[in-house]
Design a protein around this ligand. Sequence first.
Ligand SMILES: Nc1ncnc2c1ncn2[C@@H]1O[C@H](COP(=O)(O)OP(=O)(O)OP(=O)(O)O)[C@@H](O)[C@H]1O
Length: 238
Amino acid sequence: MLKLENIKYSKNSNEIIKGINMEFEEGKIYGIVGNNGVGKSTIGYIIMGLSDYKPNDGRILLDGEDITQLDVTQRAKKGISLLWQEPARFEGITVENYLKLNRKIPREQIEEALEFVNLEPNKYLKRFVDKKLSGGERKKVELASCLLLKPRYLIMDEPDSGIDIMSLDMIIKVINRFKEMGSAVIVITHRKEIALSCSYSYLICAGKVFLEGTSDKIVEYYEKTCDTCGHINYLEED
Ligand SMILES: Nc1ncnc2c1ncn2[C@@H]1O[C@H](COP(=O)(O)OP(=O)(O)OP(=O)(O)O)[C@@H](O)[C@H]1O
C-alpha cells in the first residue's frame, strides 16, 4: 500500500499541491483526472521522488515505511516507476539493449513485450532509442520497458499522449496487464476511455483532491462540471 498523507508542495512561493491524501493498493488501477494545470503531473513527480519535487509537508508511506526523504533511485529500487509523458532519447543505444538494461532478460520476453505494444520486433530491436524514433514509437518502447520492469507501483503520465487513436485499445490492454501482474497503476489522463478503465479515480482541482470514488462517478462529475468550472471550487475556498 502506498499512501500520501497531507502532502503539500510549493514552488516559487506558489502552493501547487495543497494537502492531498491518496491511497494506492497493488493490483488496482487508479485514475488521476482534472483540468490542465491543476497539479496532476506534480503529484506523479512527488510520488516518484524527483529532486525538484520534495513536498514541503506531509508524508509518503510505502507499506507503513516513511519514504518521503528517499530519492528517485531509492524509490525505484523499492519498485516505484514513472512512465514519462515524453520519454527521454538516448544516442547509440538500441531498443534491444535499452529494454535489457543490463539484465539477463531472454530475447523471447523482449520480443513479447514489443509485440504487446504493437511494435514488430524484427523492425525495432536494432533501431536506436534516439530522435529518429517517432514520439509514438518511443512511447511504445517505454511501455514495453515498463512491462519488462514489472514495477510494484507504476505512475503513467498521459500514456496515450503522442500515440495514435488506433493504439488506445493497446494502451488499455497494457494497463490491465500491469493489474494482472499485481502492479498498482496510477494513470494521469485526459482520455475518458482510459479513465473509465480505472477502478478508482481522484479528481484534482487547484492542487486538492476535490472528489474521489469509482471512475464512472468521477468521469460523470468531471464531464458535467469541470469543463466549464474555471476553478470555481478554488475561488470559493480561498
Ligand atoms: N517547476 C515548476 N515551477 C513553476 N511552476 C510549476 C512547476 N511545476 C509545475 N508548476 C505549475 O504547477 C501547476 C500544476 O502543474 P502540473 O504540470 O502538475 O499540472 P497538470 O494538472 O499535470 O496539467 P496538464 O493537464 O496540463 O498536464 C501549473 O500551474 C504549473 O505551471
